[in-house]
Design a protein around this ligand. Structure first.
Ligand SMILES: Nc1nc2c(c(=O)[nH]1)N[C@H]1C(S)=C(S)[C@@H](COP(=O)(O)O)O[C@H]1N2
Ligand SMILES: [Mo]
Length: 221
């Protein structure tokens, strides 16, 4: 609360503060205090486990496409060359998997979801996003979570092409939610007026998956 004697906080000051906080994400520093960096019930690992349903799908580079469609003003279909021609960012973030491992300081490179949103321009009614993998995995996000300043479509990790087992050529990375929301082998991003729970979300996982609130399973708060 603002004390009566304090000068009123201007709208500009508040915006600048918000930009500053977001800037910390973009330079790869966590905006959380260090003691809150590891969410409850998680332990740190230095290696990077591989987790998926059916193993790595075979994706011929010349046939690879990314379709971005649904409730957007400007739907796009990109082949690999067209995707690489989009603006690229490098973002450092932590991974938190619902199976309790976390991995700090992953350097990702790719198209920030905010830059994608500026290109496809979601319609007013588009409140939700569904991600589709080449293995037919799906997962759902609220548009606000998809639009997080440190979320990106990543094709490089640690200055190398993202390996196929970890979702290469292209995966989503949404660092502030459990890692099952970060779809590997992306082939389609659909914007929707209504939510549509994905593979794990209809099998007992939480619809949002915030690690700091331990939203692991559907009956968690
Ligand atoms: N396409 C696809 N994406 C997926 C999955 C999957 O089975 N298929 N598994 C999810 C789960 S449960 C996790 S924990 C992470 C694991 O990513 P990693 O193998 O790179 O650690 O990918 C997520 N994205
Ligand atoms: Mo997972």
């Amino acid at each position: 609360m603002t004390d009566d004697h304090d000068p009123p906080e201007s709208k500009l000051t508040r915006s600048k503060q918000k930009w500053a906080e977001e800037g910390r994400f973009l330079t790869g520093r966590t905006a959380r205090p260090e003691e809150e960096r590891l969410p409850p019930g998680q332990h740190l690992t230095r290696d990077w486990p591989v987790l998926d349903l059916t193993g790595t799908p075979d994706i011929a580079p010349e046939r690879w496409r990314l379709v971005v469609d649904g409730a957007v003003e400007n739907p796009v279909t990109w082949d690999w060359t067209a995707f690489l021609a989009q603006p690229q960012q490098r973002i450092v973030s932590d991974i938190h998997c619902v199976t309790t491992w976390s991995r700090y300081d992953n350097l990702w490179e790719g198209l920030a979801t905010r830059d994608l949103l500026a290109i496809v321009r979601p319609k007013d009614e588009a409140g939700f996003v569904v991600l589709y993998g080449h293995d037919n995995y799906t997962t759902n996000l609220a548009l606000a979570d998809f639009a997080a300043p440190d979320a990106l479509l990543a094709h490089r990790w640690s200055d190398k092409p993202l390996t196929a087992e970890h979702g290469g050529p292209l995966r989503l990375v949404v660092p502030h939610l459990y890692f099952w929301k970060s779809a590997k082998w992306l082939r389609r991003i659909e914007f929707r007026p209504a939510d549509a729970p994905g593979y794990w979300e209809v099998r007992g996982y939480h619809n949002r998956g915030d690690p700091w609130r331990e939203q692991r399973y559907s009956d968690d708060p």
